[in-house]
Design a protein around this ligand. Structure first.
Ligand code: GSH
Length: 205
């Protein structure tokens, strides 16, 4: 059984979408990040970085329980555990990891900062808002060019798409019009039509 510690944010939804895609049974443990649940000592034992998501696999390597934090690490772990959604052929495997890291180091942090400066700052901060919306649009340009060449970020549907989709799903928050990025829109609609993605995006209910 997978114990999933999550909340209704893009990083959390990556893991529930993945679990739905690979068909592993899981229990949801909501971590209310607005209430500070992520700082409770019991949760810090699971994620020393006090963020969601995290998982415990009660049947990890060698049949022993294992806890994992960082959404990219969780996606790789679940892909390797199930043999799904990360190619094994070396060139395609590194392509998958490459686009997963593009999400982890670029899309997630930059879109997240754009959300902060556009929606959460108490005092308007034009410098921060411009810096991160500009970088967000640049990243959309990179994805749009890539998705004009291949159907999915790492050629085949993979954990790279699962990591990126929930962030693009917030396009209105970072004030991007998907019509300006038609290849991203085509990809977004294709992924959003998958029943497993629709189920995973509703977690936690
Ligand atoms: N790199 C981390 C980022 C996780 C992250 O930033 N989670 C946010 C929610 S999307 C969080 O838990 N925020 C609570 C806080 O910062 O206190 C991952 O991908 O797992």
């Amino acid at each position: 059984m997978i114990e999933l510690y999550t909340w209704g944010t893009p990083n959390g939804k990556k893991v529930s979408v993945m679990l739905e895609e690979v068909g592993l049974p899981y229990n949801v443990h909501p971590i209310r990040i607005g209430e500070g649940d992520q700082f409770k000592p019991d949760y810090i034992k699971i994620n020393p970085n006090s963020k969601i998501p995290a998982i415990i696999d009660t049947e990890g390597p060698g049949g022993k329980p294992i806890s994992i934090f960082e959404s990219g690490a969780i996606l790789i772990y679940l892909a390797e555990k199930t043999g799904k959604l990360m190619a094994r052929e070396p060139a395609l495997r590194i392509e998958t990891i490459e686009w997963l890291m593009f999400q982890m180091g670029g899309v997630g942090p930059m879109f997240g900062q754009a959300h902060h400066f556009l929606r959460q700052v108490k005092e308007p901060n034009p410098y921060g808002a411009e810096r991160y919306t500009k970088e967000t649009r640049r990243l959309y340009g990179v994805m749009n060019a890539r998705l004009g060449e291949v159907p999915y970020l790492a050629s085949e549907y993979s954990i790279a798409d699962i990591a990126t989709y929930p962030w693009v799903w917030r396009y209105e928050w970072h004030k991007v019009d998907l019509a300006e990025f038609p290849n991203v829109k085509r990809w977004f609609d294709a992924i959003g039509a998958r029943p497993a993605v629709q189920r995973g995006m509703k977690v936690p209910s």
